[in-house]
Design a protein around this ligand. Structure first.
Ligand code: SIN
Length: 293
């Protein structure tokens, strides 16, 4: 059955993010409804649908409307029988985490240490932690890399225009280990698949053409053609500017939320303010993207 096009797009009022209402993702989306959703996604960087009740197959089918679905290299953290679905969770079974427990716990954009990072990631909230008084925990904070770029001083833009910075998966994992601890093993096979790669410091959005800051402190180990003594403080300064609260939207999860983010126009942070006994379970499906330019 097809969804009827009664979709409404409600911007969050922050620098990014919008809620999409009137869509049931358990149904096939007609062309016009999908067009409106994709347009809202490109425009707002983060979109979310509340109160969804979808199967694994329906989440994958929705993701496929946006492109080819990625199979995560962390195969031990994927839903058994569904390598398209990465489990982001602190739940342990038989003495081990069923998914990635440290996913997103430092600021980043997904898999930017890949030559061809993903277009978007789609999270479906299955279990959301809360405190004893009912306060919801485990929010995700998003920052608009496009709004942050627009707010840069003209001389900074000029200084870095055309420059490329090196992204290192190993550096990202080491920085995360130092900041919050790691619960995954960084395997030699994974490292072999992710040699350091250079991407533009300012990336052009493949659909909107907006310029987006594409560096992360910790993960970016330098800027090509620039001495580290100059490059590393610049990377840190740019990244701190990007995650300034004025460019942020903070999502408070509810079970049944389906939320997706654009890995070019924003970065995100999963707030780890809950303990082992407070279960959090997200099903993540990731859609392949294009080489940053
Ligand atoms: C992620 O970065 O994939 C996880 C984000 C979250 O769990 O909130």
């Amino acid at each position: 059955m097809q969804a009827v096009a009664t979709t409404s797009v409600m911007p969050t009022g922050a620098a990014l993010g919008a809620e999409i209402r009137g869509v049931d993702l358990a149904r096939d989306l007609d062309g016009e409804t999908f067009r409106r959703i994709e347009d809202a996604f490109n425009r707002h960087g983060v979109i979310f649908f509340r109160g969804q009740d979808i199967t694994v197959g329906q989440q994958i089918a929705f993701a496929r409307r946006f492109g080819e679905v990625e199979i995560n290299v962390n195969t031990q953290a994927c839903l058994p029988g569904h390598p398209e679905v990465l489990l982001v969770s602190n739940i342990r079974e038989n003495g081990r985490y069923i998914g990635l427990a440290d996913a997103g716990t430092t600021w980043h954009t997904d898999m930017s240490a890949y030559a061809c990072p993903p277009r978007c990631s789609i999270l479906y909230a299955k279990e959301v932690p809360s405190a004893a008084d009912g306060t919801i925990l485990g929010d995700t904070i998003f920052a608009s890399a496009a709004a942050a770029h627009d707010a840069l001083a003209p001389e900074t833009r000029k200084r870095l225009a055309g420059r490329r910075s090196t992204h290192s998966y190993l550096a990202k994992m080491m920085a995360r280990k130092e900041a919050v601890g790691l619960t995954r093993e960084v395997t030699p096979e994974h490292l072999a698949k992710t040699p350091p790669v250079a991407h533009p410091v300012f990336r052009t959005h493949p659909v909107t053409g907006r310029q987006c800051i594409y560096v992360t402190e910790g993960e970016c180990t330098g800027i090509e053609g620039m001495a580290d003594a100059e490059a590393l403080p610049l990377i840190a300064e740019l990244h701190r500017h990007l995650i300034d609260p004025r460019f942020q939207y903070r999502h408070r999860w509810r079970v049944g939320d389906v939320l997706m983010w654009d890995n070019c126009s924003c970065q995100h942070l999963a707030v780890r303010d809950y303990g082992e006994g407070q279960r959090r379970l997200m099903h993540r499906v990731t859609v392949n993207g294009s080489v940053p330019v």
